[in-house]
Design a binder for this molecule. Structure first.
Ligand SMILES: Cc1cc2nc3c(=O)[nH]c(=O)nc-3n(C[C@H](O)[C@H](O)[C@H](O)COP(=O)(O)OP(=O)(O)OC[C@H]3O[C@@H](n4cnc5c(N)ncnc54)[C@H](O)[C@@H]3O)c2cc1C
Length: 464
């Protein structure tokens, strides 16, 4: 009897350059591609609402791609290790192939699955979602890097990544397919209310959508360095949700950009940040929950009704700071925000409003289509100054200056219609003149700055 082989898909929803699928196909056995909707293993880290919207589209697209190759996607729901072990027993599979993932809950699930196999089936983990396998870029002394710059230097020495592999043209199918849930029965899409209109208009989840996004970007990649900080222009790739869900491999992105030529080092360095973030959570699995610098446990974060009201104003884009409000509304509408603006809104929440970075991280987790445990945590801790490699807390971003410096006028006009009639000179600062229908500033910049520095000094004193 030929035993079928399971491919366990997670955040690697593609057929091209997918080493787990390639290994399963190479075995010559019938291949059973499976996705398990697992809300139990991640517990409070279950996917946020915007990610669930994306997941629906990505799974539908993966199924279509599989069917063109004589295969299909089997959907099951429950704890991954239990569901996969049961499925392996049901169909007589003794091999499960998967790409390794760095989230602590996925590492737990991988260990649990190895255990529950009890010798009857084996889990084979492959690498393919990062430029280099997380945990393998090491200092001369054999230890992992803590700081980005030397990490990137060492990673870059190992580049280019190996050439991406094409998707298999046929995928061997079993005589009988195991039962599958219907994707619609998972209710991943919002219904009442359907808040996803703006997200639908912006994105096409799935491998073909990722490829189209990359093809469109490669011509612009040589201008990336000059344009990437300007939210009013289309200067970045917008590949982040596709990379997060693994609809395209970073090696494919690297190769496509390199082939096009030009000065693309800065862009490749951002892909390096993605690998760096994975390298951080491999070392510090609870990075999304705990400040790396322990002194931040003594930070006097604001709490209570007034802080909650300020948090809600930040979430809804009603802070009275146009660049912050534009960013938060772009996030709410499209599930994505420009990187420069992410830095500004994060700094604003933490330093102007003195609200714990974890509350901002949580909001991003729920609302970003690219919500990624490692990238989100590393960037929030960078902004807070609490991270292993971080901006200093006392360097406080001035939102109005940032808005002017990075020419955000058109961006603000797009997302804050109340300010559309303002001139370029006035639009960054709503007090000049006061505009009807737009909120007054929640806090004044200079007093917020002084309050933040005092809170930081208090933390130092409490921690000493
Ligand atoms: C507070 C905060 C939270 C963030 N949370 C996330 C998150 O949950 N998921 C996420 O993918 N990115 C996150 N980022 C990083 C960055 O903002 C996005 O990756 C980027 O804006 C995505 O747009 P892009 O694809 O056009 O990026 P590009 O500029 O085109 O960069 C290409 C790719 O490089 C990677 N990358 C770029 N910048 C960073 C960075 N600073 N750190 C790590 N990887 C990077 C992304 O995968 C991105 O798609 C966060 C940044 C901040 C400041």
């Amino acid at each position: 009897m030929v035993h079928p082989v399971i491919v366990w898909f997670r955040r690697d929803l593609r057929l091209g350059d997918q080493p787990a699928l390639a290994a399963a196909v190479a075995s010559g056995a019938p291949v059973i591609p499976v996705y398990v909707l697992d809300d139990d293993t991640p517990r409070h880290r279950r996917m946020g609402a915007a990610s669930r919207w994306w997941l629906h589209g990505s799974l539908a697209s993966l199924d279509v791609e599989l069917r063109t190759r004589g295969s299909r996607l089997v959907l099951r729901r429950g704890r991954s290790d239990e569901v996969l072990s049961a499925l392996a027993r049901e169909i007589g599979a003794n091999e499960i192939h998967a790409i390794h993932h760095v989230e602590p809950w996925w590492r737990n699930a991988e260990r649990a699955l190895e255990k529950t196999g009890g010798g009857s089936h084996a889990l084979y983990l492959h690498h393919g979602n990062y430029l280099a396998p997380p945990g393998t870029v090491l200092t001369g002394g054999g230890t992992p890097f803590k700081i980005y710059t030397p990490f990137w230097r060492a990673l870059n020495e190992r580049m280019p990544p190996s050439m991406p592999q094409d998707a298999p043209s046929r995928i061997p199918a079993p005589d009988n397919w195991p039962a599958s849930d219907a994707l619609d029965s998972w209710n991943l899409l919002p219904e009442r209310p359907d808040w996803a209109g703006g997200i639908r208009a912006e994105w096409t989840p799935g491998e073909a959508g990722a490829r189209a996004r990359l093809d469109e970007f490669v011509d612009r990649a040589k201008h990336y360095e000059g344009l990437r900080n300007f939210p009013s222009v289309e200067g970045t790739s917008r590949l982040s949700p596709h990379l997060h869900f693994g609809e395209i491999s970073p090696a494919s992105v690297w190769q496509a950009v390199i082939e096009q030529g030009g000065s693309v080092g800065t862009f490749l360095g951002e892909l390096g940040w993605r690998d760096y973030a994975a390298n951080v959570v491999v070392q510090f699995p609870d990075y999304g929950a705990r400040s790396y610098k322990q002194e931040f446990d003594a930070f006097p974060w604001r709490e209570g009704d007034a802080a909650d009201a300020d948090l809600a104003a930040w979430q809804r884009g009603q802070t009275g700071y146009p660049i912050v409000d534009a960013g938060m509304r772009q996030l709410w509408t499209t599930g994505w925000m420009h990187n420069r603006v992410r830095m500004i809104v994060a700094s604003f929440l933490i330093k102007h409003l003195l609200i714990d970075w974890r509350r901002g991280e949580e909001w991003f987790w729920d609302t970003l289509v690219d919500a990624d445990y490692a990238q989100n945590a590393v960037n929030w801790q960078w902004s807070a100054g609490s991270g292993v490699d971080a901006n200093m807390f006392v360097r406080i971003m001035a939102p109005l200056t940032q808005s002017d410096k990075f020419d955000a006028a058109a961006y603000i006009r797009e997302w804050v219609p109340e300010l559309r009639a303002q001139s370029d000179a006035e639009i960054h600062d709503p007090d000049l003149p006061r505009t009807r229908g737009y909120p007054a500033k929640l806090v004044d910049h200079s007093s917020a700055r002084a309050r933040a520095l005092a809170a930081h000094a208090e933390m130092k004193e409490r921690a000493s």
